[in-house]
Design a protein. Sequence first.
Length: 340
Amino acid sequence: MIIILNSTATEPDIEELSDVLRARGLGVHLSRGAETTIVGAIGALDEEKSQLAEQFNALPYVERVVPISKPYKVVGKSFRPGGSIVEVRGVKIGGNQLCVMAGPCTVESPEMLFETAKYVKEQGAHILRGGAFKPSTSPYSFHGMGEDGLKLLAEARDLTGMPIITEVMDTRDVELVGKYADILQIGTRNMANYSLLKAIGATQIPVMLKRGWASTIEEWLQAAEYIASSGNPNIILCERGIRTFETYTRNTFDINAIPAVKELSHLPIIADPAHGTGRWTLVNAVSRAAIAAGADGIMIEVHPTPSKALKDGGQSLTFYSFNQLMRDIAPIANAVGKSL
Ligand code: PEP
Ligand code: MN
């Protein structure tokens, strides 16, 4: 790490700091500029860096401490420069495959789920989505069917052969949801629920980690690092939009996050333009943009009758629009060398 001294630091200050660093077993590299002296502290262990940085920041002659390595390792690009692929029941997420996850926001009834599952499968979707445990900003909105919803998802899997992804909100439900789900979803509201991240990290169940709506890309990757460092390497990231000053859209889909994640991490990334925009009319264009930017797949909310949906109807595609979407993304996938 690099310690930048302030302009009033004296020779005795530099001596004192050097002694402190050596006493802690660190190498010292001094670089004296006309106005500022920079001290390189060499050999700190990753796990002690943030504590050391805080301690050195407390010294009166230190202006700031800059860690030079990233605060995540296992999910970092250099850990697996070729990128990683998560495989569920023969479906690959990552690599040259473009993965389409589709289904209702929330499982509402057997009829609507099975009808949607069959339709999206016919159109070429690879994974069925559907919430059984639903987080919600309002305590009064529909919170899902719970285990009955999971049972219906498992039935839909039997019916169509598609693996299923569904959200788990609480450490107490990881075992239950894990009995049914092929991929566990961690929603935006739980990205920084470290107990949940560790509990899922203790399993080997593939997990899709959505970005917190107010989280930086680095915080998101650190959340993924919680899962990976707890022992579960089967992680997929999902950009689902962040909170900005814009109100026309529900969130602002951060297109930057896609190539940025590709630069920083080896994990596959899925785009969620439904939550990223909150408007079904924008889902097609934002899906195409995300695929063009390098996303490994998209997650789309589809409902037989969005006007009657219990949740997220305004951002859900009808069967007709989903059919259109599947046709529109094919040439984009092709252009970026991905097969559908
Ligand atoms: C969802 O996928 O339906 C959902 C609740 O997503 P998010 O956590 O991104 O709001
Ligand atoms: Mn939703």
